[in-house]
Design a binder for this molecule. Structure first.
Ligand SMILES: Nc1ncnc2c1ncn2[C@@H]1O[C@H](COP(=O)(O)OP(=O)(O)OP(=O)(O)O)[C@@H](O)[C@H]1O
Ligand SMILES: [Mg+2]
Length: 380
């Protein structure tokens, strides 16, 4: 699954049904509603004695029913095909038969045939128009549903952001005081004292709380994005600089595939580096220490007729289950001990840049792809 933004809205059934409609002419329903009636009308028409004018008149006009039904069901093509079949069936009876032939005047019968074709074409054309209009409406409805979902989600995130900002604010001040006193007390606890271990634990918990409150704040109060043209290769370079030492320390192989030419995107280097770092830190946690592999690549890719600047981060950790992938970008969703905000913040930053993040199982194991607009292309 991709980030919520990247998911195309699913096409309503009606659209698919509508575009397939021309192929429905030989569907079982139409056998009973169109083809059997045409055969029956033709049969009775041919069997009706020449003198029974009124029966011939009725039967000749009853042909309109299957023609109109076919036009409604299968559009102009269907209406015309049935009108032609009716014409071919009726023609010998109207003009050639020596026995039981239709007693109406020649002009009347010729006009009737013209009308069969006209009614088939016009009714089918109207049905096609109506179908296209319904398609447009369904598309608009799908788009409206997508926007409503996005709005509800944005509203929920904003409300959540307020709460989180309040909590982070309340944590930050006492934390600041704790950090200050810890720095003073630190020199008072001798290095070889038994209490030192407990004291180090105390300090690392303060540090953890600081990291969490910073995460909370960057979720609640996203920084404004500056849109300077930047080279995505610099983001990859910054990433490898930032996590290189950590990977070496853990025995994880970090490789990068950086192209010769610049891949430019309008954006904020610090924020995009943050996105890359969040994904890479997850990857470091997901792979096996001393054996894991992480690969970073920068490329261009064409998606939906748009050329995108792509930053791909793969790792050879275990595949992510489908149910897990669906919630990966939800705030506070975590499978470990983190805050569960890294990917949620990252996907929002990518969206602010006009891009999105996709995640799939593949490549080395799991692939995170950050797709961003290329500088100078439409929409940037
Ligand atoms: N490369 C990956 N392989 C396997 N699971 C992953 C990978 N990346 C993310 N995940 C799963 O997605 C969850 C959410 O990731 P996210 O970065 O949003 O939060 P976190 O890492 O738990 O916390 P935080 O980043 O805020 O410290 C992770 O806890 C992990 O379970
Ligand atoms: Mg994370």
């Amino acid at each position: 699954m991709a980030s919520p933004k990247s998911e195309p809205p699913s096409e309503p059934d009606g659209i698919a049904e509508c575009s397939k409609k021309a192929r429905l002419l030989f569907a079982p329903d139409l056998l009973f509603l169109v083809w059997l009636p045409v055969a029956a009308i033709t049969f009775f028409h041919y069997m009706t004695p020449h003198e029974q004018h009124w029966v011939h008149d009725i039967l000749r006009r009853v042909y309109y029913l299957p023609i109109v039904i076919a036009a409604i069901w299968s559009g102009k093509r269907g209406g015309l095909i049935v009108a032609v079949v009716v014409t071919l069936a009726y023609l010998p009876h109207a003009f050639l038969a020596s026995h039981h032939y239709d007693p109406a005047r020649e002009l009347e019968k010729s006009l009737e045939i013209v009308l069969y074709l006209l009614v088939g074409a016009v009714a089918g054309h109207l049905s096609d128009l109506e179908c296209r209009r319904r398609q447009d409406l369904l598309r608009a409805l799908t788009e409206q549903r997508r926007l409503t979902t996005q709005l509800v989600r944005a509203g929920r995130l904003a409300a959540l952001g307020e709460v989180v900002a309040g909590i982070a604010h309340e944590i930050k001040n006492p934390l600041h005081a704790l950090r200050g006193t810890a720095e003073i007390v630190d020199s008072l606890v001798p290095k070889d004292a038994e209490e030192r271990r407990m004291w180090e634990l105390h300090k690392s918990e303060i540090h953890r709380l600081e990291t969490v409150s910073e995460r909370f704040l960057s979720f609640a109060r996203p920084a404004a994005v500056t849109h300077a043209t930047l080279d995505l290769r610099d983001v990859a370079q910054r990433l490898t600089d930032l996590v290189g030492a950590q990977c070496r320390q853990k025995g994880i192989e970090l490789t990068a595939d950086i192209p010769e030419e610049a891949i430019e995107t309008p954006g904020d280097l610090d924020q995009l580096a943050q996105v890359a770092l969040n994904i890479a830190l997850n990857a470091i946690r997901a792979v096996e220490p001393k054996a894991g592999r992480i690969h970073v690549a920068v490329t261009r890719r064409t998606k939906d007729d748009r050329t995108m600047a792509v930053l791909r981060i793969e790792n050879d950790g275990p595949a992510i289950a489908e149910e897990e992938r669906e919630h990966l970008f939800d705030p506070f969703h975590t499978g470990g001990e983190g805050t569960g905000l890294g990917l949620s913040i990252s996907s929002r930053i990518a969206e602010q840049h006009g891009g999105f993040i996709e995640v799939e199982n593949g490549g080395l194991g799991v692939i995170f792809t950050v797709m961003l607009p290329v500088s100078g292309t439409k929409g940037t």
